[in-house]
Design a protein around this ligand. Sequence first.
Ligand code: ATP
Length: 307
Amino acid sequence: MIAIKNLSKFYGDIRALDQLELKIGRGVIFGLLGPNGAGKTTLVSIMNGLLDFDAGEIEILGLELKANPGAIRRRSAFIPQALALYDNLSVIENLRFFAGIQKLSGAVLRANLDYAISVNRLEGMLNQRAGTLSGGQKRRLNIAIGLLNNPELLYFDEPTVGIDPESRNQILETIRACKDDAKTVIYTSHYLPEIEKICDEVAIIDHGRIVLQGRLESLLQEEKTDAVIFTLLNSSRPQLEVIAGRYEDLEVVDGATLLLARQSAVRIGHLLEILEREKIAVKEIRYGTTDLEALFLRLTAAGGADV
Ligand code: ATP
């Protein structure tokens, strides 16, 4: 699906990508991680034909990038963080406008519109003005616009920044649905628990090189620590934050996950008692595997900043 060999990019004297090698298979959600300045934006911009490069070979969707920019663009989509919507137009008018720019018509237009609307659950707001949508709904419309060409390959740039947890979950569901429809998704985010939740495979980029790539499950299994992860039912983030506030080594990962940094039967027993008292059910306790954040910090120079 994607094969990048020996890719280098300079901005003057700055080497943003340094003989980077990357392979991505079809039908996966692929997380691209790295500290600020690692080269993620440069890489994704090059892959989308928005930026030239100095050396290397890039094949996307089985096509050589420089020789086939138009064909690749028609089969892929980049969903930017910034919203590109017309506030004065309704949801359906926005969709039709952007479909018109792509010259979609007839049966293809109808099928692609239906797909973009249903996968983003926009049915109930088609006639609402875009300017009156909530932040999360605007993001979903932005994604729907990106999906209008029914792309095989999608790039998401931090799609959940600054939105509430419910909207965030809806967007993650949309991304999973894209994968279920055999699309390949490349996902950049600084929010590692989210990457952990959604991605099949990750690559960590640092100083313009890939420092680690693999299936998330095996990477995390190799990285043994003393951590214990509790997956919970019927809990909320504020409730978990109150509980975590009582322990130095207990961390809230998200509204349904707690991470206890050090194993001990006493501590686990005590925590289970507290959860029971709070009427929070435990769905799963996972021992001995760390989270992606620990792995990320060990492998990059980020040292805890900006992740
Ligand atoms: P972030 O997470 O902060 O967006 P990033 O991983 O996307 O970072 P890039 O934006 O690709 O990183 O930057 C890689 C390197 O290239 C950095 O050292 C950055 O300062 C430099 N760089 C990026 N764009 C330019 C530019 N237009 N001119 C000069 N240097 C640049």
